[in-house]
Design a protein around this ligand. Structure first.
Ligand code: ADP
Ligand code: MG
Length: 260
């Protein structure tokens, strides 16, 4: 191969951002020449390397964009600890059919029962399957929608969120929504309705969502859309956080009081 062709080949690979092939080319060509490997085989191996690198980078990027606060895999979830969860329902959710069909999932239950773990676990499954996912908390969302609403940029913000096939909104219920935030939240839910999936977690049962949004009418309109195509996982049971403490006999004073 002349120097000119060699230089051009490398330059083209750089221009086309085929970085894996560019890095491996010299090595592969040397081995191929030594072992008389057919050209097709060399090309095939180089393309495979490039494809794998791109898939890996794309997965890493999607994982970064998702913004999970911690990595929680569904494989590490102990269903035996939380018998109120039907493992079959979670297995079915893991097929990610609900993402394909734009349906919702709501995890309800008291603190520590695994709502965030399950939501992140499903999110990680979706990222691995190639979906764009984004994790946020209701509190962060309230701040965000308040600022975009004031700037008259709600439509653009909602449009931006449509690039996430799965949006996870954690911890609905810890902080009440004021009237503007409730209206924006309704817009968000309406915007995603029947097209894009959302996973919600909440410590409050649906009957109390009127208090969260401080307006029964808007709460009903929000729930109406969320629940039309939705799997609700109602978790009742002990906090997993207490498991080890209980085993060691260290129970917080407030729980001891409750029990006595
Ligand atoms: P919630 O969001 O319901 O308050 P989390 O999902 O944050 O609860 O769970 C609290 C902690 O306990 C996390 O570290 C989580 O990974 C863990 N956890 C909860 N339930 C389980 C479970 N059944 N199996 C394994 N880990 C669990
Ligand atoms: Mg949580």
């Amino acid at each position: 191969m002349s120097n000119l062709v060699y230089e051009r080949l490398h330059q083209n690979l750089r221009d086309l951002k085929m970085t894996a092939i560019e890095e491996m080319l010299d090595n592969y060509l040397e081995i191929a020449a030594r072992e008389s490997t057919p050209v097709m085989e060399v090309l095939d191996r180089l393309m495979e390397e490039e494809k794998h690198r791109r898939e890996r980078l794309s997965l890493e990027n999607r994982m970064k964009w998702a913004g999970f606060p911690v990595r929680k895999d569904l494989d590490t979830f102990e269903f035996s600890f939380q018998p109120s969860i039907d493992a079959e329902v979670i297995r079915d959710l893991r097929t990610l059919r609900f993402v394909h069909t734009g349906e919702n999932v709501v995890f309800l239950g008291p603190p520590g029962v695994g709502k965030t773990h399950l939501a992140i676990g499903l999110g990680i499954d979706a990222v691995k399957a190639g979906f764009n996912v984004h994790f946020t908390t209701a509190s962060t969302l309230i701040e965000r929608i308040r600022s975009v609403f004031l700037k008259d940029a709600l439509d653009t913000y909602l449009k931006n969120l449509t690039r996430f096939r799965l949006l996870i909104i954690d911890e609905i219920g810890y902080r009440p929504f004021d009237a503007d935030a409730a209206y924006c939240f309704f817009q968000l839910v309406a915007h995603r309705y029947e097209r894009l999936s959302t996973v919600f977690t909440s410590n409050k049962s649906y009957g109390s969502w009127g208090e969260i949004f401080q307006d029964q009418v808007i709460a009903t309109a929000i729930l109406d859309r969320i629940l039309h195509h939705c799997t609700t996982v109602n978790i009742r049971g002990d906090s997993f956080r207490l498991k080890d403490r209980k085993r060691l006999g260290i129970v917080p004073p407030e729980l001891k009081r409750e029990k006595s």
